[in-house]
Design a binder for this molecule. Structure first.
Ligand code: THU
Length: 163
């Protein structure tokens, strides 16, 4: 037996003032998207913004449903919209931020496994990771330059399905 070790590095910034103007704009777009979330059941509002290579910014927010599993996370709302509206246009970066009614979220909320899996498919298709910028309602900002690889280091690869 031996151990397989993967090292994951995330950039951490203590304030939005340290970010590039483009990243700050994207994070602000994600914060704007929170206003359009529909989350009456969880009271946890998630905003996601994507920067496309054509300069377009796409926003998505979580959309819940009384039949709970029928709702969808902000990341998938945004990325599926991008994929269906701008097919073939590279998604350069993604910002995700949250706000909750009952507590102040001071840590970034990591994307759920289903969102990571969906996002990773787009990374594989475009052969480029999607830089990811994460922040809670307040607090430190994390950036992954290698996209979902930071959070799903052992991914299910398309190669695994090839016959
Ligand atoms: N949620 C997201 O929008 N993104 C995630 O990656 C995790 C969870 C939403 C789903 C649900 O509306 C609420 O947050 C609470 O789970």
């Amino acid at each position: 037996m031996d151990l397989i070790k993967k090292e994951i590095l995330l950039q951490r910034y203590t304030s939005a003032a340290e970010l590039t103007a483009a990243d700050r704009t994207l994070l602000n777009a994600a914060k704007d998207a929170i206003q359009l979330a529909y989350a009456p059941y969880s009271a946890f509002y998630v905003g996601c913004a994507l920067l496309l290579a054509n300069g377009e910014i796409i926003k998505g927010s979580n959309q819940e449903n009384i039949a709970f599993p029928s709702g969808l996370c902000a990341e998938r709302v945004a990325i599926f919209y991008a994929g269906s509206t701008y097919p073939g246009v590279t998604i350069v970066s993604m910002a995700i931020t949250v706000k909750a009614t009952e507590q102040v979220v001071a840590e970034p909320a990591m994307s759920c496994g289903a969102c990571l899996q969906s996002i990773s498919e787009y990374e594989m298709r475009q052969k480029q990771p999607i830089r990811t910028i994460l922040q809670g309602e307040i607090g430190d900002i994390y950036i992954s330059e290698i996209g979902t690889r930071s959070f799903l280091p052992f991914q299910f690869e398309m190669e695994s399905l090839k016959r």
